[in-house]
Ligand binder design. Structure first.
Ligand code: SAM
Length: 280
């Protein structure tokens, strides 16, 4: 698959995700929840867990920060929370549909760069560049160079996202740069590590929700569709199942085998909160 097609399908996934989440789960955050002790891991608590995540992130912002660039702002929810706290916030949003959400929510309070971060051109400087679950989508080298250019002296780079671990075997879960590669790459750039907090334990429970959804809604829906095809159009069903057998097997393996769960997330991913300061 070409890079362009991959990027487009990711965008469509995020767009669908937010439409779905807003309607069913009453949340317009697009990031994981931060599940702390006592909060039952249930879909009815997702919005609360996501608010916990936003609060955790905001509590870690260094004191001197005033102007923030929110890279990959999603629906603009986090940016609007930051603006409400008195920060001046600009956003980067390459997805048309998400940009529309963000514009509605921010109501002209922020400038939105409507492109990939790697392609942003500006003379403006910021005190902090924020990647909340958007770092996995950017080219690391290019992003670090952009950060250096757009940050004021001693400015900060805050990354909160999951990375791939070096665990053996094929991961049933996609996404993320390799953590080891991240550490190697950042060493070549003028940034000093201030904080590196492993929040995998607090974020992994989100995968329980995904697993519950796939096994309780996805599997029956998928089976019903295949059964319907079998009953209504037996011949066509046989042809489709034969022609797309590899694709169907892949879908079954990837989504309906129960492997997209919290345990596997904790093995194959490491969710990090990383705070760096520019050194020159
Ligand atoms: C999982 S969402 C996170 C949204 C938001 N930051 C949050 O915490 O809810 C990922 C975001 O990254 C954006 N994104 C994807 N590729 C990007 C790129 N190359 N440059 C900037 N943003 C990108 C998507 O459009 C989306 O807004």
């Amino acid at each position: 698959m070409s890079k362009r097609k991959k990027a487009d399908s990711r965008d469509i996934g995020l767009d669908l995700g937010i439409t779905f989440s807003k309607y069913f789960f009453k949340t317009d955050h697009l990031h994981y929840g931060y599940w702390t002790n006592g909060l039952e891991v249930d879909i009815s608590n997702l919005a609360r867990a996501q608010e916990n995540y936003a609060n955790f992130l905001m509590s870690q912002i260094p004191e001197k920060v005033s102007a923030i660039l929110d890279v990959g702002c999603g629906t603009g929810k986090l940016a609007s929370r930051l603006a409400a706290k008195g920060y001046s916030v600009d956003c980067v949003s390459p997805s048309k549909l998400l940009t529309r959400h963000a514009r509605e929510l921010l109501g002209g309070k922020s400038h939105i760069y409507e492109s990939k971060y790697e392609e942003v051109v500006t003379e403006k400087k910021y005190d902090m560049i924020l990647f909340s679950e958007s770092f996995q989508y950017v080219d690391m080298e290019k992003a670090f160079r952009q950060n250096r250019a757009f940050l004021n002296d001693n400015g900060y780079m805050l990354i909160s996202d999951f990375f791939k671990t070096d665990a053996k075997g094929e991961s049933p879960l996609g996404g993320g740069h390799f953590l080891a590669e991240f550490y190697k790459t950042i060493e070549k750039h003028p940034f000093r590590l201030l904080k590196d907090i492993d929040i995998t334990k607090e974020t992994a429970p989100n995968l329980k929700l995904v697993d519950d959804f796939l096994t309780q809604v996805g599997v029956p829906t998928w089976t019903a569709c295949l059964d319907y095809l079998d009953i209504k159009f037996p011949l066509l069903s046989k042809v489709i199942k034969w022609k797309f057998r590899k694709k169907i097997d892949k879908i079954n393996r990837k989504y309906f085998s129960g492997s997209r769960n919290a345990d596997n997330f904790a093995v194959y991913k490491s969710y990090r909160f990383l705070l760096y300061q520019k050194t020159n």
